[in-house]
Design a protein. Sequence first.
Length: 240
Amino acid sequence: MAERILVVDDEIALQETLAYNLRKQGYEVETSGDGPTALEMAQRLKPDLILLDVMLPGIDGFEICRILRQEMNTPVLMLTARDNEIDRVVGLEVGADDYMTKPFSMRELIARVKAMLRRVRLIRDEMQSAAQPQIAPEIPSATILSGNLAIDPVRREVRVNEHVLALKPKEFELLIFISRHKGQVLSRETILQEVWGWNFFGDSRTVDVHMRWLREKIEEDPSHPIRIVTVRGAGYRFEG
């Protein structure tokens, strides 16, 4: 079954070019040129991936992404004609998975799309495997404990004081990765490669943004973290 991609851009020529090239790759493509229609289509169609322009009539791409992140985990690749760090950071903070500045290479965009969808398939396969009955129930739990923090990779569940946290998929993957390397200093480049799962073309500040989100959820005082520690000039370390 072909994966479905929603292309949202008010530049009709670019919208049609993107749709044409993606269909050539075997994807099912839906298109929209304004914010309200794009939001309705994303909620109704639940596509496998969304290519989302920032500047849209009606509702801009940042707001659409923010709304969708409260409802679904569909990966979002944001497209924009504005090349500045603030836009990239805002896009990541509202939940975008990657960011491309116009004009861009169609070959590079296709490569990113394939990599993002490949990552989605891997996550789905892991979740389906976890949902299968366990053949050897006597195997001890793989739950990772750190004081009042409990991380269950099988159930994809994180608890603090028995309260289940609402983590985004990327936040969960990030926490799993760093907690499995407790005590090790992990560079941003290593984290991007292992957690994002593709040759990340965007700004490495996406790691800082996601770390900040995690700290707000698992640290008693996010301004003075004791679990996820910053190692100046080197990266991050999970203290446990």
